[in-house]
Each structure stands twice: as C-alpha cells, then as structure tokens.
Design a protein around this ligand. Structure first.
Ligand SMILES: [Zn+2]
Length: 69
C-alpha cells in the first residue's frame, strides 16, 4: 500500500501487514508505529489541531472550576 513518505514526501510503501514502512527514494525504513509518531511530530496541520483542542479544553476546565466555587 502506497503512503506518503514523511521524509522525502515521495511514495513510501506500507507492508500489507502494517508492520513496516519503506521508501525506495530515500531508503527510509521504520515500523508503522514509528511512522505514526514521526508524522505526528512533523505534520504542522496535525500539531495545530492538537493545539486548538488543548486550548478549548483549558477554557472548559476553568469554567467548570468557577462554577464549583
Ligand atoms: Zn522517502
């Protein structure tokens, strides 16, 4: 299965059993678990989504604490 290479943005190959990600363009080779972590740390869009989520959660927590006072 072809997936986007996190290193060179080319076509990487995900093994049919989801264990290994390889890219012939840049000789990338990592487990799928490592791939997911790599993408999460390097994909700016994904980080933005997490940042927004943390921000809204903080707001809700503050509001809840105020109500308890
Ligand atoms: Zn690559």
């Amino acid at each position: 299965m072809k997936i986007k290479c996190p290193k060179c943005k080319g076509n990487a190959d995900l093994a049919p059993d989801f264990t290994l990600v390889t890219c012939q363009d840049c000789n990338l080779e990592m487990s799928y678990g490592e791939y997911v972590k790599y993408v999460a740390h390097n994909d700016v869009t994904y980080s933005d989504i997490l940042g927004d989520y943390a921000g809204s959660t903080e707001g809700q927590t503050a509001g809840t604490l105020d109500e308890w006072d």
